[in-house]
Design a protein around this ligand. Structure first.
Ligand code: COA
Ligand code: ZN
Length: 316
């Protein structure tokens, strides 16, 4: 396999995950989780979103969370933003980076942000200006990039046209979101291979959901293309409230374990990440989809069953 030596992970559980939790997660606990994540060495955290508080009430405390987290040097703190108002709020709250949101498919964009794709892109110009003035990084995100829960297939030409608009606007970092886990590894390889040769020099991020158990295979396919930036969620939290059938992102600790096992560095302390995942399960009050919390790492060993030790052949 052609694998990079190092990848950068952006933790999105406190945004993509907490946004759909049925019970409001108290601000104190959101702050605690963000600080535990930075403590585990996460280089990037999408802390929250600055969207309409009535549309996503779970994240209505975005300003307060940003104000109360402890800023660790070495962690870049981002927030999701759909429009100028969100950008102004995010910049005022002190984010290091803005992650924009628009879908490749019209139906999901209307359901999610109440705008056509063209209207969204027009609003993103204002977002970009706000970010530029504040010298804040912009990551340009495209949801439903590999399939839409309403429309089905998203033609590559459609995706390419949105990417082209972003590149014309000066985008340097673009994220492709598989919002409801419709992508497969072959498709990911083909789409990324095409876009990467068509738009060289872009920092690509793959944002996966594990809805159909293809998230890690899709990440492997993207790494084979040379992608080195991935979003993931602690415990496998995650899901879009406006995409029926959406479920959790690829689980951060499962992904980090897989990468480390293959010798791909992340700079993340896996033991501490597992502890964060256990704490998040306590906070949300249920078991999360992540496998590693249940299984332990591949280094885990069990005592031999009775009688087996005595019968083991001597090693040569
Ligand atoms: N934060 C807070 N308030 C906002 C806002 C923002 N980012 N954007 C708009 N508003 C307010 C406006 O000020 C206006 O308030 P007023 O009625 O008091 O004047 C009101 O919302 C309506 O503004 P409008 O631009 O018409 O927004 P809308 O009602 O069409 O909603 C979005 C558009 C994008 C704000 C809304 O659909 C949204 O927040 N979507 C987020 C979806 C999401 O987070 N999905 C999950 C992540 S993928
Ligand atoms: Zn998502």
């Amino acid at each position: 396999m052609k694998l990079p030596t190092r990848v950068t992970i952006c933790e999105v559980g406190t945004r993509d995950g907490f946004q759909i939790e049925p019970e409001f997660i108290p601000t104190d606990q959101k702050v605690e989780v963000v600080d535990l994540l930075s403590g585990a060495g996460l280089p990037r955290i999408e802390v929250t979103s600055f969207v309409h508080p009535k549309v996503v009430p779970a994240l209505r405390d975005a300003e307060e969370v940003m104000a109360r987290i402890t800023r660790r040097p070495g962690t870049r703190y981002a927030a999701l933003v759909p429009n100028e108002k969100g950008a102004v709020r995010a910049v005022d709250a002190g984010v290091d980076a803005i992650h924009t949101v628009v879908s490749a498919s019209e139906s999901h964009n209307l359901a999610n942000v109440n705008m056509t794709v063209a209207e969204s892109i027009a609003k993103l110009r204002a977002v970009q200006q706000v970010a530029e003035r504040a010298k804040v990084h912009v990551g340009w995100g495209i949801s439903t990039a590999f399939g839409c829960p309403f429309e089905g297939d998203v033609p590559v030409a459609r995706l390419e046209s949105v990417v082209g608009r972003f590149v014309d606007m000066g985008a340097r970092a673009i994220g492709l979101g598989d919002t409801t886990g419709m992508a497969n590894p072959r498709q990911v390889g083909e789409v990324l291979g095409h876009l990467m040769s068509r738009f060289p020099g872009i920092e690509w991020t793959l944002h996966t959901h594990d809805t159909r158990a293809m998230a890690i295979p899709n990440i492997l396919a993207a790494m084979e293309c040379g992608v080195t930036h991935f979003d993931s969620s602690i415990g496998g939290l995650g899901g879009c409230p406006f995409a029926p059938g959406a479920s959790g992102n690829v689980c951060s600790e499962d992904l980090v374990h897989c990468l480390h096992a293959m010798g791909v560095e992340t700079g993340i302390d896996l033991g501490r990440l597992l502890a964060v995942s256990r704490r998040v399960q306590e906070i949300v009050g249920r078991a999360l989809p992540g496998q590693l919390v249940k299984a332990g790492t591949a280094a885990r060993r069990y005592p031999l069953p009775d009688g087996v030790a005595a019968r083991l052949p001597a090693r040569a």
